[in-house]
Design a protein. Structure first.
Lengths: 83, 374
């Protein structure tokens, strides 16, 4: 299954994203960011199903929550996507 | 023990507080330090606590809620963010050393808005006279830790907004008892302990940061975020939370906050005021006792100070301690407040209440004071 990983600047920010998405009915989970995804050193990501990306970005935008980066996860490989 | 020293720290806590602390020690790691269950359990608890406090104090975001060791820690961050060395400040006449000592360390020029006790309009007017275009920050406690005087923070906040001067509120005595609205007040910072009216454990505190406030760091170190960069992150709460979190403390604080929200600040305040009124009436009936208080407690929270003619306040405190009653005596780390009220030489005996005190305890206290003084 394909997922998107939304990179957050901190665990608290990821939790804010998770709260906003959950309230909007979008299922998501917080994970540590794979080391080679980000040059921040340590980061957290919010994982959503690929089909939820558009809705998720709208919810995050409405909540003034800015992703650091977004990656598409396909079979263990990551590709950054620009929105 | 009859505990009447809640202005220092509340001793009786909701049962859920120690339970949560024990559970945290058994189950939690550090928030932001891993993706494994123990770290995420800690992150969840920290976030839930931030969210509860953000709702209680009307912060836009849980990120504006910074965990500190105590109110003094938060006040130091706030003051050292806003007041440059040799800067100009206006403070109330009832500030604690947690405010005045950092200002002294900064060699700040400090003007004291010294309105008389229990006259909030006069205090607001004193602030109005002193706040000017060169004022770097105004600092005002919400409630005096010595006298329970409720200061007019709303009016002071309005003066600050009008003049564009940042405001720091010390909510050490009001947190959990009186409402505060960070957003409406437009305060730069509100500092509070977790271990007093919020019923958390010692070692916890909270600094609420205004949405537009760029805070200076007091400590630098690991935050579990942006680890590659050597400067502290610009974003909250990480910027102000270097090092490992006090997770048992935060877990306990969360339960304390839940208790306050369930009980309601209004109900807690009413109860404490009723008990304070009972204490004041009883003390006033004793010959030679001077009570610092208002009969109607309109501008007073659950703190009552008193002195007794010809008696050292320390001897009264010792006499009460012998009878199993805990009160605070002396200057209460607030010489500025005593200077304003004219009690710097004598100090006072302070009775401070919590939601866990009872009328029976107050009556036993009054019987004990009577026995000591006669």
């Amino acid at each position: 299954m394909e997922h998107y990983l939304i990179v957050a600047r901190s665990v608290t920010y990821a939790q804010r994203m998770q709260m906003a998405l959950t309230r909007a009915g979008i299922r998501c989970q917080i994970f540590r960011a794979p080391r080679d995804l980000t040059d921040m050193g340590c980061a957290y990501t919010v994982q959503i199903q690929a089909t939820d990306l558009t809705a998720a970005l709208r919810v995050l935008r409405e909540a003034s929550l800015d992703p650091v980066q977004i990656f598409l996860e396909q079979k263990g490989f990551y590709r950054e996507v620009k929105t | 023990m009859i505990y009447l020293d809640s202005a220092a720290t509340t001793f009786q806590k909701p049962k859920t507080v120690p339970s949560a602390m024990t559970a945290a020690m058994r189950t939690m790691g550090s928030p932001g330090r891993g993706g494994y269950p123990a770290a995420m359990a800690a992150a969840e608890t920290a976030f839930t606590c931030r969210s509860a406090l953000a709702e209680l104090y009307h912060a836009d975001s849980p990120e504006q809620v910074v965990f500190t060791m105590n109110a003094t820690h938060g006040l130091n961050i706030a003051i050292k963010t806003l007041v440059p060395r040799g800067g100009q400040t206006v403070i109330s006449g009832y500030e604690h050393n947690a405010v005045t000592r950092p200002l002294r360390a900064l060699e700040a020029e400090t003007a004291v808005a010294a309105g008389p006790l229990f006259r909030p309009a006069d205090t607001a007017e004193a602030f109005k006279q002193l706040i000017g275009p060169k004022t770097d920050a105004v600092i005002c406690c919400h409630v005096s830790n010595v006298f329970g005087f409720v200061l007019p923070v709303e009016e002071v906040a309005e003066l600050c907004r009008r003049q564009g001067v940042p405001l720091i509120i010390d909510a050490s005595q009001s947190a959990g008892v009186l409402p505060l609205d960070l957003k409406a007040l437009g305060a730069a910072f509100i500092a509070m302990p977790g271990h007093k009216g919020l019923y958390g454990p010692q070692g916890t505190g909270v600094l609420l940061c205004g949405a537009d406030t760029k805070a200076a760091t007091l400590l630098e170190g690991g935050t579990g975020s942006a680890s590659i960069q050597q400067e502290m992150p610009e974003f909250l709460p990480d910027r102000l939370e270097a090092g490992t979190h006090n997770m048992p403390g935060i877990a306990g604080l969360l339960e304390g906050v839940r208790y306050v929200r369930k009980r309601g600040e209004g109900a807690i305040c009413r109860k404490e005021r009723q008990l304070a009124q009972l204490a004041q009436e009883g003390l006033r009936a004793l010959p030679g006792v001077r009570v610092f208080g208002q009969p109607d407690l309109l501008a007073q929270a659950g703190v009552v100070s008193f002195t007794a003619e010809g008696r050292d306040v320390e001897s009264i405190g010792a006499g009460l301690a012998e009878r199993g009653i805990a009160v605070r005596t002396g200057l209460h780390c607030a010489p500025t407040a005593h200077r304003t009220a004219g009690t710097l030489d004598s100090g006072t005996v302070r009775v401070s209440l919590s939601d866990f005190n009872t009328q029976e305890e107050i009556r036993a206290f009054l019987t004990a004071v009577k026995a000591i003084l006669t």
